[in-house]
Design a protein around this ligand. Structure first.
Ligand code: GLY
Length: 441
């Protein structure tokens, strides 16, 4: 059976609704709190309710699909699973049901609605640490749940330490022990459970019962919550038996459209080319979402992340395309195509006012940076022709006068075979430091 993203969302939310959850709207990707820049998990906008400070108008059982932005893994983007913007399917008990409902409920969704063979399921539970004792309820509930489904639980329930089975949304704040659900996707009988790629983690049920304060002290909350998070793109990958999120319908279509805009043969790409195309696509998709939330490129905070994503998209488009076509035009075209595909499911980046503004913001910044890159490349080509060496002084001039970032000019100099001064980087840092000192004054 083929699982579209929309179908997965409908099945998830329908099941949660049938189990008494109110389906709520996801929050904007702008962080609901001041400590981080973006919404990073489904529970994040629900913090005051989970903490017990406020009552949610929709009740104590909630469910939604939350778009999240994670920039800590930006260097991993381009592999098979990491995305800058991803969606989390989540359900919450705000001081209502606890483990004895949450565990069979999750098992029921996976094996019933999504048709996953219960024999392929493995779980981890919290083994305890110096602060909090081992969770002995979750293993007992899992055992009963497996037995009820006619599955021998032996070897399926694995206690692990706080590195694996303690979840928090940052060093300070709400946290608790969790139980993670894995599916074995290898051939033949499963080996003993271990951290290996054949065991794919699909769902995390956090028993959010603690709060860690600034001074590191852990205290128990007055209410017992459940907070679950299941990555939608990864679930779509697993249900459709793909090995990369980029093979799922929507993302595969995006790659095809961006590839067409860049006029690259997406089938014939090597590993590096594939990675570059994924980065361009991921970053344009994320940039549109962030810009649609009302953020503009700038030198700090969310605006800096937006600028960096757009510039990286242009840079990787340049790696794929070179300068034989107008880079500003091809990245603008790519961004239009991403907006067209994503706008079908995400109206804020579609043909709406916010979508229109997002496209304008992304395309303006992309075009500006594409021109900067093109000028820098021309400049370097001329220097190379006249036999110059790439030095810290040259890198500084290109960055300072033309806005061409030094790490990119150094890469380009190497690519066109310019001699490179071994001390270019330290000299460049020196010149920058001198400039900073002058501007301080
Ligand atoms: N809040 C649970 C998770 O994001 O995995």
């Amino acid at each position: 059976m083929h699982w579209t993203i929309e179908h997965i969302e409908r099945v998830f939310l329908g099941y949660m609704e049938a189990n008494g959850h109110a389906v709520i709207e996801g929050h904007s990707v702008r962080s609901p709190t001041d400590d981080v820049l973006f919404t990073t998990a489904g529970m994040h906008p629900l913090t005051p309710y989970l903490h017990g400070d406020e009552e949610h108008a929709a009740g104590k059982r909630l469910s939604d699909v939350q778009r999240c932005v994670r920039t800590t893994d930006i260097d991993e983007v381009g592999d098979d699973t990491h995305l800058t913007v991803f969606e989390m399917l989540g359900n919450w008990s705000i001081g209502d049901y606890f483990k004895e409902t949450s565990i069979p409920q999750s098992f029921g969704l996976l094996t019933g609605e999504f048709g996953i063979d219960p024999h392929s399921l493995y779980v981890t539970v919290f083994a305890g640490d110096g602060d909090v004792p081992a969770d002995d309820e979750a293993p007992r509930i899992w055992e009963a749940t497996f037995h009820k489904a006619g599955v021998d639980p032996a070897g399926r329930i694995n206690p692990l330490g706080a590195d694996d089975n303690w979840w928090s949304n940052g060093p300070v704040g709400l946290c608790g022990p969790d139980t993670e659900i894995f599916v074995y996707v290898g051939d033949g009988p499963a080996p003993a459970f271990a951290d290996r790629p054949e065991f794919v983690e699909i769902w995390n049920n956090v028993f959010m019962t603690y709060f860690r304060s600034d001074d590191g002290e852990l205290r128990e909350l007055a209410q017992r919550n459940v907070d679950t998070g299941m990555g939608l793109e990864r679930l779509a990958m697993f249900l459709n038996e793909h090995t990369s999120v980029w093979e799922t319908d929507e993302l595969a279509l995006l790659l095809e459209r961006v590839g067409a805009a860049l006029e690259v043969d997406t089938v014939g790409l090597d590993g590096e080319g594939t990675r570059s195309l994924r980065i361009v696509t991921d970053h344009l998709r994320a940039a549109l979402v962030i810009a649609a939330a009302g953020i503009y490129p700038s030198a700090s905070q969310q605006g800096y992340v937006l600028r960096k994503l757009i510039r990286r998209a242009v840079r990787y488009a340049e790696l794929l395309r070179g300068h034989d076509r107008d880079l500003a035009a091809v990245t603008t075209d790519a961004s239009e195509r991403v907006a067209e595909v994503m706008g079908k499911r995400w109206p804020d980046v579609g043909p709406t006012e916010s979508g229109q503004r997002a496209r304008e913001v992304v395309e303006k910044e992309a075009s500006k940076f594409a021109r900067t890159l093109a000028k820098g490349v021309q400049h370097l080509a001329k220097d190379a022709e006249s036999g110059e060496t790439f030095t810290g002084e040259l890198a500084f001039t290109l960055a300072d006068t033309h806005g061409y970032p030094a790490e990119l000019s150094a890469e380009e100099a190497a690519r066109i075979g310019m001699p490179i001064a071994p001390d270019w980087e330290s000299r460049y840092d020196e010149l920058r430091e001198q400039q900073r000192a002058r501007s301080r004054g």
